[in-house]
Design a protein around this ligand. Structure first.
Ligand SMILES: Cc1cc2nc3c(=O)[nH]c(=O)nc-3n(C[C@H](O)[C@H](O)[C@H](O)COP(=O)(O)OP(=O)(O)OC[C@H]3O[C@@H](n4cnc5c(N)ncnc54)[C@H](O)[C@@H]3O)c2cc1C
Length: 406
């Protein structure tokens, strides 16, 4: 059986839900949204702490309240829960499976809003045994906030991105304090006050320059082996929480015909948020790994406007005029493809991240001429964003983003 709609949204997190809501506000009613979980809301659904919604709703919500608010606002779309997309086919056909078995969905425009996930143990190449008690933040949050349980009493937290500090809140909610946060680099990945907040606000030491060597334990975790620069040491603990290193959820995109950017690890997009198959758009963390929910929400809205333009045949059908190339210590820049006849005169928004801590001059070079440049001081976890007036791209054949480290 094939269901037909104007728009099919894959993923019911902040990006997918804000897209559904905005499309309805713009007069599109034939929208189907597939969500593989039994409830809408994405990651915030199991982030019990405050910190969501200020920009979107002018008020700070806990994750579950924010998720509920987003879901309420998307009502009116055909919301299909426990329905997992399985395969993305050319031309706007998606194969899925749900409570009633296999189903196909055909749409004029499809929005990929699958989100991102933390790198699991297997991909981190951590040696040692495979006992129970090793998990990512997402799994811990589900235990604590959705099921009211905590699988350990004295865990350690590996990694120091912002999400590691969210783990402290989750553990506090369960009445626990981890033994330490362990970071292999010389400084924490989140902004510097995080270290003091962990130490003074939570009483948790942050061990920088410390490497996790292996996990020990037969049935359950009994300890870890670490190296602080003096050789292997044993640290007794009963759980290991592997935080961060988010990657776009590309389980379906990577084996499909849609082009992936090795920098973002997400789909390549043009300045209309369109993928290499023009039936597909992308919004939220699937574009490049973790950002705030508010930013994903804004991207969902922006994509809704582009989807309308597609439905009204206002987007160029040809391939993009230029691909954006990178020079210097840049991890990625998006959009990765550019059209010279921008849809509107709105400035084009670029976003980028660096590979390591760097100061220098960031420039955009269009057909050999520098059209924009700025001095920056950046860290890998901090987003760099800038806008270019559409007129600067009117003749573009080659666009290069260049970072000269000082
Ligand atoms: C621990 C933690 C704490 C955070 N705290 C904050 C905070 O305080 N404030 C803040 O602004 N942001 C916070 N964030 C970030 C925020 O949660 C994310 O940026 C936001 O949820 C991303 O939205 P998204 O829609 O792109 O993806 P997600 O929220 O990940 O939603 C993606 C959805 O797609 C569904 N899906 C995936 N694959 C399929 C498939 N094949 N078929 C159907 N459905 C599928 C998933 O089930 C999920 O519901 C936090 C993130 C984490 C991990």
């Amino acid at each position: 059986m094939t269901s037909n709609s104007d728009v099919l949204i894959l993923g019911g997190g902040p990006a997918g839900l804000s897209c559904a809501r905005a499309l309805r506000g713009l007069g599109i009613h034939n929208i189907v949204l597939l969500e593989r979980e039994s409830a809408l809301g994405g990651i915030p659904r199991h982030c019990g702490h405050l910190g969501f919604g200020l920009r979107e709703f002018g008020k700070v919500y806990s994750g579950p309240d924010y998720a509920k608010r987003l879901a309420d606002k998307a009502s009116g779309a055909d919301l299909k829960l426990r329905m997992s997309a399985l395969k993305l086919e050319p031309g706007g056909l998606v194969r899925a499976t749900g409570p009633n078995g296999a189903e196909d969905f055909q749409a004029k425009a499809i929005v990929l809003a699958f989100g991102a996930r933390e790198t699991p143990r297997s991909a981190r190449l951590i040696s040692g045994s495979r006992p129970f008690g090793v998990m990512n933040t997402g799994a811990l949050q589900q235990f604590v906030y959705l099921h009211g349980k905590c699988p350990f009493e004295r865990p350690v937290v590996i990694g120091s991105e912002l999400v590691a500090f969210s783990t402290l809140l989750t553990l506090r909610h369960a009445g626990l304090k981890p033994l330490a946060i362990i970071e292999e680099n010389a400084r924490i990945t989140a902004r510097a006050p995080g270290k003091w907040i962990a130490r003074l606000g939570f009483g948790v030491p942050v061990l920088t320059n410390t490497r996790l060597l292996s996990i020990i334990g037969r049935d359950r975790v009994t300890g870890i082996e670490i190296d602080r620069g003096f050789g292997p040491e044993l640290m007794e603990c009963d759980g290991v929480i592997l935080t961060g290193r988010f990657r776009p959820e590309t389980a379906l995109i990577a084996p499909s015909h849609i082009e992936i950017d090795p920098g973002t690890s997400g789909p390549v997009i043009d300045d209309y948020f369109r993928c290499s198959d023009h039936h597909y758009f992308a919004a939220g963390n699937v574009l490049r790994g973790i950002e705030t929910a508010g930013q994903c929400w804004r991207e969902g809205k922006a994509v809704a406007e582009m989807v309308i333009a597609r439905l009204e045949n206002r987007l160029p059908a040809r391939q993009p005029d230029a691909r954006v190339t990178l020079q210097g210590p840049l991890a990625y820049v998006y959009p990765q493809r550019i059209y010279r006849d921008a849809l509107t005169d709105h400035p084009l928004l670029f976003k980028a991240r660096v590979t390591h801590e760097v100061r220098g001059r960031l420039s955009v070079v269009v057909d050999g001429s520098v059209v924009w440049s700025s001095r920056i001081s950046a860290l890998p976890e901090r987003r760099i964003a800038w806008k270019l007036p559409a007129r600067d791209l009117r003749t573009c054949r080659q666009v290069s983003v260049e970072l000269d480290a000082a």
